[in-house]
Write a protein that binds this ligand. Structure first.
Ligand SMILES: Cc1cc2nc3c(=O)[nH]c(=O)nc-3n(C[C@H](O)[C@H](O)[C@H](O)COP(=O)(O)O)c2cc1C
Length: 288
């Protein structure tokens, strides 16, 4: 008999039995026998801010902080597919997704095991049209955890459970289950997407230029017959295009250490000029 496969559900909502949690469970119901569902409620994890020490890029590639990040990375590395569900909080995904991403230098230690897992996302906002950048936040989370992003859906529901009062919720859940399970790795194509990463959020720059906010590549765009076409070309820093470019980015990050050592004296001359400027407000912990 085949060993059981694992779908990992990452719930970025603190609300128990909230829409994010119910949606993940509904997607799992669309999975065939032989899959188990493991769940992580991200707001309950102790994930501390990155200290920018870069230790996780060298030697045994371990973050010196003893928190829950290792548990999360272990689960991501062991699963066969994952689903990210986040509520919109103030026009973006709940910040626990970003809290994890800020520790993203630690992902490189398990990059080879993370690479290319089928993944999908759902963002749930209480008011139609007020999801802000939630989809971009979830897409970015999946791309930066090296997942094979199949689809991110945006749904609207305010009260816990409301997501399944209308039929659209269950239809979207079935579609995401199918998207994760299908063999093809190419997301369905349509005009208006970034041709490099499939992103659909752009910044318009001077001279008719445009930048994809997911992969950060730049190009031009044109509109004709009611369709928008993005002509975006790859720049010098592909982060998650393929495993080889991710490996190269790791080497580039590592090279920063030598650059820092070489420029240390010069940098010190700059920073020392600012040591006495301003008064730091102290935190409650420092005042106690
Ligand atoms: C602090 C907070 C901020 C919110 N901000 C937004 C918002 O900016 N836009 C929106 O449409 N809904 C907003 N909502 C509503 C939630 O996105 C909505 O209730 C969603 O269903 C919550 O998902 P959950 O049940 O998985 O927690 C907010 C809710 C909270 C608690």
């Amino acid at each position: 008999m085949d060993t059981e496969k694992t779908l990992l559900g990452l719930i970025a909502s603190p609300r128990k039995f909230g829409n994010s949690e119910l949606f993940v469970k509904e997607v799992y119901r669309g999975f065939p026998k032989g899959w188990q569902l493991r769940l992580i409620r991200l707001p309950e994890l102790d994930v501390r801010p990155c200290r920018a020490c870069y230790q996780c890029l060298f030697g045994e590639m371990k973050c010196p902080q003893d928190d829950d990040m290792e548990i999360l990375l272990g689960e991501l590395a062991n699963c066969d597919a994952y689903l990210v569900a986040a509520p919109t909080y103030f026009l973006g995904a709940n910040s626990t997704l970003k809290r994890v991403l800020d520790r993203g230098l630690s992902f490189y230690a398990v990059m080879e095991r993370l690479w290319g897992k089928p993944a999908a996302g759902v963002g749930i906002a209480g008011i139609e049209g007020l999801e802000g950048q939630t989809k971009l936040d979830i897409d970015r989370f999946i791309k930066l955890t090296f997942g094979d992003l199949r689809e991110t859906a945006i749904l609207y529901a305010a009260l816990p459970g409301e997501i399944f009062l209308a039929e659209g919720g269950r239809v979207a859940a079935a579609r995401l289950a199918e998207a994760i399970l299908r063999d093809a790795t190419n997301a369905p194509w349509r005009d208006g997407l970034c041709p490099i990463c499939g992103g659909d959020t752009f910044r318009f720059l001077p001279d008719d230029r445009v930048r994809c906010m997911l992969c950060s590549n730049t190009g031009t765009f044109s509109c004709s017959d009611g369709t928008v076409r993005m002509d975006i070309r790859e720049g010098g820093h592909p982060l998650f295009r393929d495993l080889e470019s991710a490996r190269r980015h790791l080497e580039w990050l590592r090279s920063m250490k030598d650059r820092f050592i070489q420029s240390r004296k010069e940098l010190k001359k700059v920073t020392v000029q600012y040591t006495r400027t301003g008064t730091w407000v102290r935190s409650k912990k420092e005042l106690d």
